[in-house]
Ligand binder design. Sequence first.
Ligand code: TRP
Length: 370
Amino acid sequence: MIPTLDTASPADTSASSDAGLGISAARHRSAELETTIRQHPERFRVLTGDRPTGRLHLGHYFGTLHNRVRLQNLGVELLVVIADYQVLTDRDVADRLPEHVEELVLDYLAVGIDPGRATIFTHSAIPALNQLLLPFLSLISVAELGRNPTVKDEIAQSAQASVSGLMFTYPAHQAADILFCKANLVPVGQDQLPHLEATRTIARRFNNRYANGGVPVFPEPDALLSAAPLLLGTDGTKMSKSRGNAIALAATADETARLIRGAKTDAIRHITYEPATRPEIASLLLLTALCLDRDPRAVAEDIGPRGAATLKAVATEAVNEHLKPIRARRALYAKDRHRVHEILQAGNGHATALADSTLREVRIAMNSLL
Ligand code: TRP
């Protein structure tokens, strides 16, 4: 059964569900969801988001942004959280926060998130969202938080000398980000599946404990795994801003050309699409193919004996052409910062209304509202 906005799937207390869906099960479920989304987009409310740590790049674009816009255009309600508190989970100060928040909003608007339909907000601006953290923390154990693979990973990569309480409890905070608006669909990459499982657990336990025979307060949101393949950066490792190997959405056509010209390739002249043995070439082919909406194998065949220099020229042209309207829209909004702030304020206003209403329901269910 597909949970709708006002009902939730039946409580599932089985141990296997607590242990988390396997990735293949999550894929299977995502395929089913895609069918339902096409038939009944109005049944879905999507919540997704990013940390404001700098400009978004092509990895984000093909990994998630593109998918969000697709869902929005199918008629699904979209909320996007700018997770500004989360920035503090792995560093001591949230450096240049206002600037990064603004850049993020610009990137969202540039790719086609429509402020007339979608809600963009910062979670620090929504008091009731953050208050949900307290009951939620009571529903998850320290051992469970300690076992969360995403948290473990983020701790391993963190720049902090010790693990803060905020880092450790992040899955409960992310649950609040998702459940404050009763989102029932969260498009995620594989790395975020454990967080989503924690959210489902918290929703289920809240309903079991407090909705006593009545209507469940929270849906158990589904993960929607995106089919997007992993794009490598220009040095052949994962694309990430901190590695300096990423092509930002906001980069100029010349910067893009320079980055692609400098991209790592290999010593074999003939271009073929072989991700396992030729990852750098395969990634350039994939990037080109994604921009042209073609198959990477077909792009490889076209280029064949003409070698890596031709591939890079083709890739540059494809990326710059694809990003042209996006960059143009970004530049338009960048000239009108006042409008950008208005959009964020309107988003925060809408999110506040939703969060206030959910917190009220939560307090009634918990008998804390007299
Ligand atoms: N944790 C996500 C990241 O690191 C960002 C995020 C915060 C998020 N809250 C969310 C994503 C809620 C999906 C849903 O990128």
